[in-house]
Design a protein around this ligand. Structure first.
Ligand SMILES: O=C(O)CCC(=O)C(=O)O
Length: 216
């Protein structure tokens, strides 16, 4: 069991950041954050390209019989023949767009992985969000890391351990690359919570390894 530090006095009111401090993991964590992996002009360039070249969709999900829009925009880019089911819809890769390949190759090189799919999420402002989940669907290779690139607004990214009372809070800035190692999906959940004060747009790309034929 990892060590935990209890920093709050009994009876004190805990803020969100106190709670994250209380339940911090002291050992090695199954992710690696590469801050400013893209410099600010590269990050700005990719933000502009992604916002304008991608066909963004707003999926609808059915919860307890009622239909709701997903609180963000999404897109899926992948090698030809890769399929992925998310928000209840089957998405098919149609081959990588030419303009995207320099970014894919740069991410592949630093991660030492040949990713064959990328899920993109566009958060229009701090009200757009993603709930607790792990990227552990059957279509994904569980032995491969997932590389998560953020451009645009800074947002908090929360992680909580599935079995232990451990929480971590990362602040993801434009150009940051977060490598989530396989144990991150097996042992932890992650979420991107609402942040009312954030007015700017953010785009996140998660580069993933799909098992061919699994999602068909
Ligand atoms: O936007 C983010 O940083 C989180 C994205 C995410 O959790 C996912 O694509 O599974």
């Amino acid at each position: 069991m990892a060590n935990m530090t209890h920093v709050l006095a009994v009876g004190a009111k805990a803020s969100m950041s106190d709670l994250f401090q209380m339940y911090r993991h002291s050992g090695p964590l199954p992710w690696t954050l590469m801050s400013s992996w893209l410099n600010s002009s590269e990050a700005q360039l990719w933000l502009h390209r992604l916002e304008n070249y991608v066909d963004w969709e707003r999926p609808v999900v059915r919860i307890y019989g009622r239909e709701h829009f997903v609180p963000r925009l999404t897109a899926f880019l992948a090698a030809d023949g890769i399929t992925y089911c998310y928000s209840g819809v089957q998405h098919c890769g149609e081959g990588w767009p030419v303009w995207f390949i320099p970014l894919l190759e740069k991410v592949n090189e630093v991660s030492a992985v040949n990713f064959n799919g990328c899920l993109l999420n566009l958060y229009r402002n701090g009200l757009d969000r993603m709930g607790w989940h792990a990227d552990d669907e059957a279509e994904l290779d569980p032995k491969s890391p997932i590389a998560s690139l953020s451009v645009g607004a800074t947002r908090d990214f929360c992680l909580k351990h599935r079995q232990q009372p451990l929480r971590e809070l990362l602040c993801l800035r434009s150009g940051d690359l977060l490598i989530m190692h396989p144990e991150c999906q097996q042992e932890w959940l992650h979420a991107l919570p609402t942040r009312r004060r954030v007015a700017e747009l953010r785009i996140n790309l998660t580069f993933r390894c799909f098992i061919k034929g699994q999602g068909a």
